[in-house]
Write a protein that binds this ligand. Structure first.
Ligand code: G6P
Length: 608
């Protein structure tokens, strides 16, 4: 959570910091601030609220003018969002921005107070680090940072400026992501590459415990022991346009529309001779044959992709799959054995709970496979095997295209595993793979066909206080994501329920006009789901049904029917996801919500 940036170079530093922070607002947006060297002195501007509030404040009161500084956009952990708690925070000679959590900040604060350091203004853990840096500062910034690193615990990345080291920015990373951009005569720090892509595509990935020094437009590095480090310069494989709205009113809508291309880019390089081929990702048929049990562990939307994975892998490959929420899995002492496979799904590759699962698996003999979107992210680097999804940067907090490409990879893996284990033959595997290849085109047809329908149906949802998503089998797995999407951005309470389980309690919630969205794309279960739809409608519910073009259902059984193109039952989740995304999107738009930055949420949850 939180986004940090820094700049050293010839441009107007405040402008660069604000521009870079705009691209990081997905990480948190309850306050923002910058610190810039102006005529050799650190000037701070910060404000509660969105970045636009900070910009307005600087327009009123003047912005710091200079060529080196640091900036921050916050998702509050310690202390409510307020001007005082906003970053940057300062000690006497040190000012910092911080992403992450300092676990032992109370002990450090006690130590500082015992040593007559009592000037704390905020409730944050960050200010304690600023004070500790100041306490140890003896005129050698790197030595001071190294000393503090040995005393603080947690996961964090810091941007630091020292009052007596003008025009210089220091940065350090422990767990929380941080990259260092290198342009011509200018250098940057940022929590993520899209923040600086407007200025440079070249960046260094800061490793755990490494310290960066940005001076005279150049970045240099040393490790925890103070030894200089030579780092490999990487080049981003996307450009500025990918991180812009490109004419769409919101990133979420743009990302929904990017799904056909994203799926195509993700699956095409992994198909050879009409069959899945994941060897480039370190996955061989021989290895797939050996796995006894599979665990899929993730958070939020990524966990929902895992739910679809369970149904598909178990059905095709006949291997037992357990899906778990990472924050539960890591503390429930799971029974992981040699020859098990633990799959971690994560768009960002930085989610704290998902990352912790990798440590848990170490030493059990089980193998880890990461399905990750962000290249070079922690989870991708630490897992035994990695399948990158190629969705490009996903900016909207509510995930759409990342979920879709996660599904596409899960299908490829399921097909390859089933073929390797002999539970399907080559012909069946080719047939399924060919059908998957058609999916991008079908997603496009679905968007074209139903976008206006969903826009209309969403107007029927905006007055609801609460609604249900129901489905059976894969439709149930999918409805979990539909429900999450809707509640995240429309703020309407929503639950997903297995349609057959409604009668065991939840049906008592149905009142006149309550929306119930039924996903009914699985032909083999259609009749049963239809009975459940009739049951809720008979009790006054407003029944909205998502089904294929051929399903036999009429307006006696449902109030609204959203019909989508039909492909094989197993692959229907990739098509049926589209109306669920569009319903959530247009409900949020119609309610006047901030679609891309829903309240209280952050896209990348790097704290526990
Ligand atoms: C946050 C985001 C969700 C995302 C989840 C897991 O809660 O708001 O959209 O699904 O984190 O993130 P990951 O990057 O691990 O997929």
């Amino acid at each position: 959570m939180c986004g940090i940036v820094g700049y050293v170079g010839p441009r107007d530093c405040s402008d660069v910091l604000v521009s870079a922070l705009t691209k990081l607002e997905y990480r948190g947006y309850d306050s923002a601030g910058i610190a810039v060297f102006e005529n050799g002195k650190i000037e701070v501007a910060k404000s509660k609220g969105r970045l636009t509030d900070l910009v307005a404040k600087m327009e009123r009161e003047g912005k710091p003018v200079g060529h080196a500084g640091i900036g921050h956009t916050r998702w509050a952990t310690h202390g409510e969002p307020s001007d005082i708690n906003s970053h940057p925070h300062s000690g006497r000679r040190v000012t910092i921005v911080h992403n992450g959590i300092i676990e032992n900040y109370k002990d450090i604060k006690k130590f500082l107070i015992e040593n007559d350091r009592t000037e704390f203004l905020s409730d944050t853990d960050t200010e304690v680090v600023a004070q500790l840096l100041d306490f140890y500062y003896d005129g050698n910034p790197v030595r001071c940072i190294r000393k503090v690193l040995h005393e603080i615990r947690g996961s964090f990345a810091l941007g630091i400026v020292f009052a007596d080291r003008p025009e210089t920015v220091y940065a350090v990373r422990c767990e929380s992501p941080l990259i260092v951009g290198q342009g011509h005569g200018e250098a940057f720090i940022a929590s993520d590459v899209p923040a600086i892509i407007k200025y440079t595509k070249n960046y260094f990935l800061l490793e755990y415990g490494e310290i960066a020094v940005l001076k005279n437009g150049l970045a240099s590095f040393c490790d925890l022991h103070g030894r200089m480090v030579e780092k490999e310069l990487k080049t981003a494989d996307f450009d500025e346009d990918s991180a812009e709205k490109g004419g769409y009113p919101h990133f979420m809508l743009k990302e929904i529309h990017e799904q056909p291309t994203a799926v195509k880019t993700t699956i095409t390089p992994r198909i050879e001779g009409g069959l899945p081929n994941l060897t480039e990702c370190g996955i061989t048929p021989e290895a797939l044959r050996e796995f006894n049990n599979i665990f899929i562990v993730a958070c939020g939307t990524a966990m929902h992709a895992g739910m679809v994975g369970k149904y598909v892998i178990e059905k095709l490959a006949r291997v037992s799959v357990t899906v778990d929420i990472a924050s539960e899995f890591r503390y429930r002492d799971p029974l992981i054995q040699k020859n098990d496979l633990v799959i971690i799904i994560s768009q960002s590759g930085e989610t704290a709970d998902s990352k912790a699962v990798l440590n848990l698996v170490k030493g059990t003999g089980a193998k880890t496979l990461a399905i990750v979107n962000v290249k070079g992210s922690s989870i991708a680097r630490e897992a035994d095997m990695v399948i990158y999804t190629h969705a490009g940067p996903e900016i909207a907090v509510a995930s759409t295209k990342a979920y879709m490409v996660q599904l596409s990879v899960i299908y490829l893996l399921a097909f390859e595993m089933a073929y390797a284990k002999g539970t399907i033959d080559e012909e069946e595997c080719q047939k399924l793979t060919l059908e998957l290849v058609r999916v991008p085109e079908v997603i496009q047809q679905t968007i074209d066909r139903i976008e206006n329908v969903c826009r209309y149906v969403s107007t029927k949802l905006i007055t609801a206080d609460s609604l249900l998503y129901i489905g059976r089998g894969l439709d149930y797995a999918l409805s979990m994501e539909g429900s999450l999407k809707l509640k995240e951005i429309s703020y309407i309470h929503s639950e997903s329920y297995a349609a057959g389980e409604l009668k065991h309690g939840t049906i008592s919630l149905i009142t006149e006009g309550m929306p119930v969205i039924a996903v009914a794309t699985q032909n083999s279960l259609f009749e049963k789901t239809l009975s459940n739809i009739k049951e809720v409608k008979a009790r006054g519910a407003m029944a909205i049904v998502i089904c294929d073009l051929k399903s036999e259902i009429d307006l006696d059984s449902a109030n609204y029917i959203i019909r989508i193109p039909k492909i094989s039952e197993m692959l229907m989740p990739m098509v049926a996801t589209v109306p669920m995304q569009l319903l959530a999107y247009y409900t949020s738009v119609n309610k006047g919500n901030d679609v891309d930055k829903p309240r209280n949420l952050a896209k990348s949850v790097t704290v526990e």
